[in-house]
Design a protein around this ligand. Structure first.
Ligand SMILES: *Cc1c(COP(=O)(O)O)cnc(C)c1O
Length: 438
């Protein structure tokens, strides 16, 4: 194919919205280590998982079926913002003096400004279908909470969110967004659950962590079995599955630009869902021998699960209520420093992404917070879009790579996963610009 140098953005028509989610479990060269029951330590079953998830999501979690149909009701809501654009960052290329062709897949066009709505809408739908009236969840900076609040509003369900204390106090806008969608928001650890009370007793000055908030939200769901279920915004296999729409669209859009493949892909990794969603359809192509894409999962050096953590069985929460999952982890009690990319402050990593890293199919990279903001500002000034601080980690890694490529001989295509916009994170940019950021 020859590159279409006149095109700046590839926009797919609504008729090209994916009809199925792609499940990498069908194509892995080695099967994933199973999730284990926290009590018996035996491989977990669909039945075990239905204590916290509706049957359809419990099945998706353990499924090895390659394609899973996206229900029409979910596609109808996706159609509000999907397909999302793939944009060529020409002005950034010029600014960097690079021969690389840089594209970004922009998930910030969703109603809540990030990729998280891809899974929240699916999760709310399957819960609603199963008769669930109330969803509980945790949130860090508020992106997942606002995504679930939006999705619950779409299906007339109530939504209760435990937000990490540090973000609840310092980032009020996403709380307001959640409340605008009709959700109830509590600072975590709270006095409303046994887990929260215990954590406040043990760590009186804690600013909270996602692991603590997960324990609270699960407890609230399991103590109301008739009405409530729990919902998680990342890490789990079914979340990764839902995010595959990002990569499926990107493959078609790269072809519109005349690209045979993305040579390099950079996505940020908190729990791993957006980078996995972007890259697993590309990994399918690699595994089938059709492409040779190199995939990077970029994490903050303050919370370096992949690059510094151990690959072992761990819980997804502090109280140990989730299944044991084999993943890169810093340990369930790790409380990361309050870095601004709140969505990347998690001790563990998607077991699916961890497995592909362990097999050498995906690479890990760590980026300093100030390096991420420097790249975010550079990107904003060149392209007019302020990346979410999380996404800026991917931008920073891509920019560093592009700078090394200056001649036609090392030209390549780079895709950045722009998981969200940073318009509710401007105080963090301000802190960076004032020189106060560490
Ligand atoms: C939550 C979030 C992330 C991190 O979550 P993943 O599951 O790793 O994708 C990244 N970017 C944005 C904008 C987010 O809101």
């Amino acid at each position: 194919m020859s590159i279409d140098d006149t095109l700046t953005k590839a926009i797919l028509p609504e008729s090209e919205l994916p009809t199925a989610w792609y499940n990498i479990a069908a194509d892995l060269p080695e099967p994933m280590p199973p999730h284990l029951h926290p009590g018996t330590k035996e491989p977990i079953t669909v039945e075990d998982l239905t204590a916290i998830f509706p049957p359809a999501l419990a099945e998706q979690e353990l499924s090895t079926q390659r394609y899973i149909d996206i229900p029409d009701e979910v596609r109808a809501i996706y159609a509000i913002w999907r397909p999302t654009p793939l944009i060529r960052a020409r002005r950034l290329e010029r600014e960097l003096g690079t021969s690389a062709r840089i594209y970004y897949k922009y998930e910030g066009v969703s109603p809540i400004g990030s990729h998280k709505a891809n899974s929240s809408v699916a999760q709310a739908y399957f819960n609603h279908e199963a008769g669930v009236k109330r969803l509980t969840t945790e949130t860090g900076a508020g992106q997942w909470g606002s995504a679930l609040a939006f999705a619950c509003a779409a299906f007339g369900m109530s939504c209760e969110v435990w937000q990490v204390r540090a973000s609840y106090d310092s980032k009020p806008y996403r709380r307001m967004l959640m409340e605008t969608f009709g959700a109830t928001v509590h600072a975590s650890p709270s006095e409303l659950t046994q887990a929260g009370k215990a954590m406040r007793e043990q760590f009186p000055d804690t600013t909270g962590s996602l692991g603590m908030a997960v324990s609270e939200a699960i407890e609230a769901a399991v103590t109301d079995p008739a009405n409530a279920r729990y919902s998680l915004g990342s890490v789990l296999n079914h979340v990764v599955l839902h995010q595959s729409v990002i990569g499926e669209e990107t493959l078609k859009q790269l072809a519109m630009f005349g690209e045979d493949q993305a040579d390099l892909v950079f996505g940020c990794a908190g729990g791993g869902s957006n980078v996995a969603g972007l890259s697993f359809p590309m990994l399918r192509e690699n595994l089938a021998g059709r492409t040779t894409t190199t995939i990077y999962a970029v994490e903050p050096s303050a919370c370096p699960s992949i690059t510094q953590g151990r690959y072992e069985y761990d819980h997804g929460d502090v109280a140990g209520m989730t299944p044991l999952m084999k993943m890169y982890t810093l340990g369930q009690e790790f409380v990361p420093p309050p870095v601004h990319a709140g969505g990347l402050r998690y001790h563990g990593m998607s077991p699916m992404l961890s497995h592909t890293v362990n097999l050498g199919l995906v690479k890990g990279l760590a980026v300093e917070q100030t390096q991420a903001f420097e790249a975010g500002v550079l990107f904003a000034r060149a392209e007019g879009l302020v990346p979410a601080p999380e996404s800026s980690h991917a931008v920073a890694a891509a920019v560093a790579e592009a700078r090394t490529r200056t001649s036609e001989a090392d030209a390549c295509s780079i895709v950045i996963g722009m998981s969200g916009h940073g318009q509710l994170d401007l105080p963090a940019y301000q802190e960076y610009l004032s020189g106060a950021m560490v």
